[in-house]
Design a protein around this ligand. Structure first.
Ligand code: ZN
Length: 152
């Protein structure tokens, strides 16, 4: 580098000690940030919608059956691996349920069937506001409550 070039650089650094970030990278970053914000907003909205859907279903189910229930996690699911939880969250009955041809004893998940009677099952109540994920439980709950899912 020649002396005049160095001097120009010196003058430039005096005039602008911290130059603005490169415009293309700044634009890309802003775009990414906007996409990320939008994704998080959508996820929060979906979560809220799911929660409202479950609350509506739970209320309808309670009114239709007069049964107490809560959401419990099945720890004995075969899908449980070391440190990795993937078992279903079921609608767990606290009272006996008897609606039409459907009979379930208390302390059983809604999706219980007689062929599972011999299976040792452990259901744990986790007070973390989890929503039921068991499709069989949800299907039966919707049938009992006489509701259909809002957008599925
Ligand atoms: Zn279930």
């Amino acid at each position: 580098m020649t002396w005049p070039e160095l001097y120009l650089l010196h003058l430039a650094s005096q005039a602008e000690p911290s130059p603005p970030p490169p415009p293309q990278q700044t634009a890309a970053r802003a775009r990414y940030q906007a996409e990320e914000d939008e994704r998080q907003r959508a996820a929060a909205a979906a979560q809220q919608r799911e929660e409202e859907e479950w609350q509506a279903l739970a209320t309808a189910l309670r009114e239709a059956t007069g049964t107490r229930f809560e959401v419990r996690h099945n720890y004995t699911s075969h899908r449980h691996l070391d440190g990795y939880t993937q078992g279903g969250d079921h609608i767990y009955l606290l009272d006996t349920l008897h609606v039409g041809r459907i009979r379930r004893g208390a302390d059983r998940p809604l999706c219980w069937v007689p062929s599972r009677a011999a299976d040792p099952e452990v259901f744990d109540h986790l007070d973390d506001g989890r929503l039921p994920t068991c499709r069989a439980c949800l299907r039966l709950a919707r049938r009992l409550a006489g509701t259909t899912p809002a957008d599925r």
